[in-house]
Ligand binder design. Structure first.
Ligand code: NDP
Ligand code: OXD
Length: 313
């Protein structure tokens, strides 16, 4: 009977354990770290922010599953066992991200911060926003989350451009790629949405110089980051919001999480702040996906959604 280790920090671990046990029944044995007796016994690890060095103590692992779409939390562990790493690709996770991206594009385009202020002051003024088609939303990262978000944005009437590492064609989206394409992509973007994985190439990419290259008509540029906090320079975001380089921001991820209480981003009049929940991993939806993969792998089928360790995602 395959043995599954759950090594979870940052998510509520008990809910994962209960769901794994409920769906595994007699097919797998599931243990929740640190309540583990014999480390030599485990076949699979399902992890979220496990402490560095932990998984190296399990010598017989056949594969590691990230409990989210991102794998930066695993790859930063330099002792990670050299076994396949699979990440989550699931409609439940994707649809949550699409909802977040489309919602925040609308919040900025429809000037909701302004109307919230007007509502408090009982002011009745229609600012007659440009039609969504006049607003160019630029998606950095055109993988699973980026392409699904592009469809949602197009369905909402926005003009959508995309940027990825390698060249690709995506229906209804003007695509750019690589360092050469970045400047052109930014020049065509009013609302910049970051859905990039955190890698050495993307670390700190969201900085003042980059914000300066965004299109300024018909609206002041906006940043929406639901990728990773390590991709943004928060001091630059604050400077850009305060000097008008950015007209607004929606930030779901931060250099340090939870966002420290003293951060000036809290309560900033131009920023929406959420606690890294643009697309939360829900065990009710995702455990079946991982167990299906384990069962297929045990039957000799290849794992899906494998991570390329060299690329870092
Ligand atoms: P994918 O691996 O499917 O897509 C990643 C995209 O980023 C690809 O298009 C890839 O290009 C592009 N990319 C990677 N590196 C570069 C680079 N150096 N320059 C330009 N483009 C690059 O990932 P997902 O879409 O599933 O998820 C993306 C990220 O979203 C996750 O890694 C995670 O960090 C974040 N996330 C955040 C959540 C939240 O709640 N805030 C929830 C879920 C995910 P190419 O197509 O050429 O490979
Ligand atoms: C993820 C996340 O990577 O929730 O899935 O951040």
């Amino acid at each position: 009977m395959p043995k599954i280790l759950l090594a979870i920090q940052g998510f509520e671990p008990q809910a994962w354990l209960e769901r794994f046990r409920a769906l595994s029944r007699t097919k797998h044995e599931v243990s929740l770290w640190p309540d583990v007796r014999d480390a030599s016994d485990f076949d699979y690890a399902c992890a979220w922010k496990a402490p560095a060095g932990l998984l190296a103590q399990f010598p017989k692992l056949k594969a590691i599953f990230s409990l989210g779409a991102g794998v930066d939390h695993l790859l930063q562990d330099k002792t990670l066992p050299n076994v396949p790493i699979a990440r989550i690709v699931d409609q439940d996770l994707t649809i949550r991200m699409v909802g977040y991206v489309v919602l925040h594009a609308h919040l900025h385009h429809r000037q909701m911060k302004l109307y919230e202020r007007q509502s408090k002051e009982r002011v009745w003024i229609d600012h007659n926003e440009a039609p969504p088609g006049a607003i160019k939303v630029g998606l950095m990262g055109m993988g699973v989350m980026g392409q699904a978000s592009a469809k949602g944005l197009v369905a909402s009437g926005f003009t959508v451009v995309g940027w990825s590492r390698s060249p690709k064609k995506v229906a209804d989206v003007e695509m750019f790629s690589g360092d050469d394409g970045l400047k052109k992509f930014l020049a065509q973007t009013n609302i910049l949405v970051c859905l990039l994985p955190l890698t050495p190439e993307t670390k700190g990419i969201l900085k003042y110089d980059l914000f300066k290259k965004l299109a300024r008509e018909p609206i002041a540029p906006v940043l929406i980051n639901a990728g990773r906090g390590g991709e943004q320079v928060e001091a630059d975001i604050l400077r850009a919001l305060d000097d008008g380089t950015l007209g607004g921001a929606s930030l779901d991820v931060f250099e340090q999480e939870p966002l420290p209480a003293e951060s000036p981003l809290w309560g900033h009049p131009k920023a929406y702040i959420t606690p890294h929940n643009a697309a939360s991993s829900d065990p009710r939806a995702l455990v079946a996906n991982i167990l299906r993969q384990i069962e297929n792998f045990e039957r000799g089928k290849p794992l899906e959604n494998l991570v390329d360790r060299k690329l870092g995602y």
